[in-house]
Design a protein around this ligand. Structure first.
Ligand code: ATP
Ligand code: MG
Length: 567
């Protein structure tokens, strides 16, 4: 392709709203253009790269025996009512009505559609297992669309769904996808970690996320170097440093006038924060229930686990307001689990506190010497946020943390969708039983951004060759010069025989502008035809690392044959 015919809308500066490198460079390199918040138009160079990423994903999915389909983004409310998610899925769901007043949504994910599809077509165990997928545009009305393609309101996802006869077979399908994701992200040139994840609104029992490592990632990964434990912060658990052992003392009511915050009470009573029992009331709008949550005074509560305790979704759960707490006849700042008629959820670290301090449900009073079981009870579940420096829940070694970009997630769904939606099959005994499902997403456009986050320098993007919009550009420093033109044209013609995706920069621009453009766009291989064209010598440059060598025509042809063939 000749650069003079291409749309190359590079920019000197990115708009101020772009603060992370991938966003800045995708705009500056003219890979995409913003339409409205979280919605972009993919321009020619951007689309080329995106299609290459899609194709790698497609090849690996096909190799794993999955089959591609393409469904609509438009989904009818009825299917979402069958799964129970029409009510549960909060304001992220783009909902609309047609001219007949029927309700629809734009799919943020497609469990309902695929379950419906399979139940209508698969009747017997003989047709299982089945894994079908699509690469398709998703819609989520994100509260804060940001960071370019990282968190869009419209984005491309690869979503796959597996259907199996039982749990054992479903686990096998899950592991096959796990290995496939490993291959995909390796081919895409990403450094990544696989972590245990929370199952969230999608549901199910087990889940893993693939995290591209990056400081700008929105996820916090907690991991252990000793045993390999790794989990997303939402899911991670940890062991806290224990308090010193002591003998159990008798519960006693003490006056703590106006001492409400945990820190205030701790210093007033001169006890360490790790012996304080922090009590918080949350409200779930879906079930209209309040519940009390207890964590140690020196830890923070994990909101996602609070949501899980209610079996609700993030959009519906919030801290109870002061007025609501008053209406429950509880004194704000002095709340505790003893004689409290709400459901109580307790972090395991709280159960280990000996002679702790907790609110007495009486204004200006706390209890001291509170001990789990003897003085208060409840449901035990992991509720505190794990931090670097806490201890591994598996082996007890110190934990570390690192930022990551969630590029993919796998879920074991069990019969969560197949049961309510009657996605069943006749087994070998002629009995109708629900299928076991799994679902597997890759954020294709987010992966695109993650690749750029990991592959750039101060001059722009450094695409790995597999996902570059074009692998090679031939830059004639002065295309008006006949000798340079002849050599550049000859290289272009000959190299196009190996690979059809070669650019010839024939633009009437100063050389400096041409170099800047291709470095910004990140074309991995560059041949510069300049003054030494008369000696049949060119400069060959590798974008990543800015490595340059002079090569003769014959040498460059040989090098390119190696690098471009079969790419
Ligand atoms: P997040 O926690 O980042 O909001 P999610 O866990 O809700 O994402 P999934 O339902 O697991 O997302 O979707 C599958 C994949 O789609 C994610 O792993 C992620 O890579 C991508 N994805 C999700 N939301 C967005 C978005 N708003 N913009 C771009 N990609 C997204
Ligand atoms: Mg996810």
């Amino acid at each position: 392709m000749k650069a003079s015919k291409m749309l190359i809308p590079t920019l000197k500066e990115a708009p101020a709203e772009a603060i992370i490198d991938s966003h800045i460079y995708m705009l500056r390199a003219g890979l995409m253009k913003k339409l409205v918040a979280g919605v972009y138009t993919y321009l020619p160079m951007g689309l080329k790269s995106l299609q290459k990423i899609e194709n790698i994903i497609r090849e690996e999915m096909d190799k794993a025996g999955a089959q591609e389909i393409l469904s609509s983004a438009i989904q009818p409310k009825e299917l979402w009512e069958e799964s129970g998610r029409w009510k549960k899925y909060g304001p992220e769901l783009f909902r609309f009505k047609d001219r007949h007043d029927r309700d629809f949504c734009l799919g943020p994910t497609h469990e309902e559609i695929f379950t419906d599809l399979v139940r209508s077509m698969v009747k017997s165990y003989k047709s299982l297992p089945l894994n079908i997928y699509q690469i398709q545009t998703k819609y989520r009305d994100e509260m804060r669309p940001r960071f370019g393609l990282m968190r869009g309101r419209e984005f491309v996802m690869k979503d796959a769904y597996s259907f199996d006869v039982d749990e054992k077979a479903s686990n096998k399908s899950y592991m096959e996808m796990y290995r496939t994701y490993d291959r995909i992200f390796t081919r895409l040139g990403l450094k990544f970690k696989v972590v245990l994840a929370d199952t969230g609104a999608i549901g199910g029992s087990t889940s893993h996320q693939f995290m591209a490592l990056s400081e700008v990632g929105e996820s916090n990964i907690i991991y252990c170097d000793n045993c390999g434990y790794a989990a997303d912060e939402e899911k991670a658990t940890s062991l806290l440093v224990d308090n010193e052992k002591e003998t159990t003392k008798e519960l006693a009511l003490v006056s703590t006038p106006n001492q409400k915050a945990c820190e205030e009470v701790a210093s007033f009573l001169n006890v360490p924060l790790s012996k304080m029992i922090k009590s918080m009331i949350y409200f779930d709008e879906a079930s209209k229930k309040y519940a009390l949550f207890l964590v140690r005074g020196d830890s923070e509560i994990n909101f996602i686990q609070v949501v899980n305790a209610f079996k609700s979704s993030e959009a519906f759960v919030r801290l109870a307001s002061e007025e609501e707490i008053t209406s429950l006849h509880l004194p704000l700042g002095f709340i505790g689990p003893k004689d409290c008629n709400l459901d109580v959820f307790i972090d395991p670290a709280v159960t280990k506190i000996q002679n702790g301090v907790m609110g007495a449900n009486k204004k200006d009073y706390h209890y001291i010497n509170a001990n789990y079981e003897r003085d208060f009870k409840g449901t035990i579940m992991n509720l505190h946020i794990a931090h670097e420096g806490d201890f591994c829940p598996e082996c007890g070694a110190p934990l570390h943390s690192e930022r990551g970009i969630e590029v993919g997630q796998l879920f074991k769904l069990g019969t969560k969708y197949s049961e309510p939606m009657n996605c069943s099959y006749l087994n070998q005994d002629g009995k109708l039983v629900p299928m076991y499902m799994g679902c597997y997403g890759i954020g294709v456009t987010r992966t695109f951004a993650a690749i750029i986050e990991q592959h750039h320098d101060e001059n722009g993007i450094c695409f790995p060759i597999e996902v570059a919009p074009y692998p090679l550009v031939i830059i004639a420093i002065n295309y008006d010069d006949n000798v340079q033109k002849t050599l550049a044209d000859k290289l272009y013609e000959e190299l196009s025989k190996f690979n059809s995706e070669i650019i010839l920069d024939d633009r009437d621009l100063k050389a400096g502008f041409k170099f800047k453009d291709w470095d910004l766009i990140g074309i991995p291989l560059q041949i510069i035809v300049g003054r030494k064209a008369s000696e049949n010598i060119v400069e060959f440059k590798i974008r990543e690392g800015n490595i340059k060598v002079e090569l003769s025509y014959e040498e460059v042809m040989q090098k390119m044959e190696e690098l471009l063939k079969a790419k």
